[in-house]
Design a protein around this ligand. Structure first.
Ligand code: LLP
Length: 413
């Protein structure tokens, strides 16, 4: 459920006409709905209310400070993967005791910054990283709380680029050697193993792979218990999918009930790291049609948004619904919706049946709230889009549009 709806033929973000926003703030324009973000967070978090749990929103999905502040106010912790994300989370006022730090390539300075901040734990992805965290912690006179990210070798049945919990993926440690690594970690002066972590992939549309991974993790948890290693946190990562097109992912309630059935009564705090399911359908990308052109083989709708604004279609062949900001009632025709970038891979949609839109009209690319702006770039020296947060009838410029000056201000003139 989200708060982007037509009222009298005009697409609205909550109580505000999207067309008015496009005229006032220009395009390409990201628009996020505060009510949707809150609702998604609460729906997800409350699905686990029978368990001791902490919902750590995955910052990479949408890291705008306004979004982070809003979610922190709802009680969210954060899952971060870089010093930059730590900086954002701290700036947004997130309680560091609710921050978990994942990622395969943490640098010494990032580890130091996280220890200084006092985060809840590091999700460790290699023995080299464990050694480095130990070293940094000792040098600071601290003890780092960690979990090892174990790779349960489960197929999440999602796009290969966003599957992470299979043997061939770069993430985590295999289950057999992890047992020894926990023993080593226990004996390290700067390390306290407190958790087990696993994240198998993103945009999962069935529960089974999560349950398969959880079963393996629970067997592993028991083994650690037998070794006298006291685990307090079980971090199952993120990954719950959303509807972009026809997908029917499980509702968070269903997901919560399935995990609760397996975890209830265990002396563990469950940590989850949802990103897409919170932010994905809470945002749209608004774009203006610049030209249309018909070649002997295709009809093209050329928009002012491009792969630098939303790379998901180009990178993963991802589907995003595209709708008119003002319903025209015109007959439909098949079109490729493409951006101005000099690559044939620059498209928002291919062979899509759309009303016969005309230059000057606005389109909205739906489900763009997660991995939209955060994956955007300045390719072709295109200033990055403006981001707005709409809350009822209030509009906040959460990030102003970049200027040409912004493009060059870090460079030698
Ligand atoms: N935790 C970890 C350790 C992760 O690597 C990820 C996502 C998440 C949590 C959040 O997963 P989510 O709940 O959002 O599925 N750019 C891709 C998605 C990459 C996901 C990377 N890791 C896309 O646009 O589909």
């Amino acid at each position: 459920m989200h708060h982007f709806e037509y009222k009298n033929g005009d697409l609205h973000a909550e109580d505000v006409r999207v067309g008015d926003l496009a005229r006032e703030y220009g395009t390409p324009l990201y628009v996020y709905s505060a009510a949707t973000l809150r609702r998604h967070f609460q729906a997800f978090d409350s699905a686990f209310s029978e368990l001791d749990r902490l919902t750590c929103y995955s910052v990479k999905a949408n890291s705008n400070l306004s979004v982070l502040r809003l979610l922190a106010a709802e009680g969210a912790g954060m899952d971060i993967v870089s010093g930059g994300e730590l900086h954002r989370a701290m700036k947004a006022g997130v309680d560091p005791a609710k921050i978990v730090y994942s990622g395969v390539g943490k640098r010494a300075h990032e580890i130091r910054e996280a220890l200084e901040a006092g985060i809840l734990m590091f999700n460790v992805e290699s023995t080299g990283e464990l050694d480095l965290i130990n070293e940094v912690a000792i040098s600071m006179g601290k003890v780092a709380k960690i979990s090892l990210r174990i790779n349960p070798d489960v197929d999440p049945k999602t796009h290969p680029y966003i599957s992470t919990g299979m043997k061939k993926n770069k993430f985590g440690l295999d289950m057999v050697s992890s047992l020894k690594t926990y023993e080593r970690a226990r004996d390290m002066e700067g390390i306290e193993p407190v958790g087990i972590d696993c994240h198998i992939g993103s945009q999962l549309t069935t529960i089974e792979p999560f349950l398969e991974a959880l079963d393996k993790v629970l067997v592993f948890y028991e083994k650690l218990g037998n070794m006298g290693i006291d685990i307090k946190f079980l971090d199952l990562g993120g990954g719950l999918g959303i509807t972009y097109d026809e997908e029917e992912p499980p509702h968070p309630k269903e997901f919560g009930a399935a995990l609760t059935a397996k975890l209830k009564g265990l002396p563990l705090k469950l940590i989850l790291e949802p990103g897409r399911v919170i932010a994905g359908n809470a945002g749209i990308l608004v774009t203006e049609v610049v030209y249309t052109k018909t070649t002997p083989s295709k009809h093209f709708v050329i928009t002012d948004a491009a792969m630098n604004d939303l790379v998901r279609p180009s990178l993963y062949g991802a589907f995003h619904r595209i709708v008119e900001v003002k319903e025209s009632g015109r007959a439909t025709r098949d079109a490729d919706v493409v951006g101005p970038i000099c690559e044939s891979g620059d498209f928002l949609a291919r062979d899509r049946e759309l009303p016969d839109v005309q230059p000057g009209e606005y389109l909205a690319c739906l489900s763009a709230g997660a991995y939209g702006f955060t994956m955007s770039s300045n390719y072709n020296s295109r200033p990055r889009a403006c981001e707005l947060v709409v809350d009822g009838n209030t509009v906040v410029v959460a990030r102003r549009r970049e200027t040409y000056e912004d493009l060059t201000h870090l460079e030698e003139e």
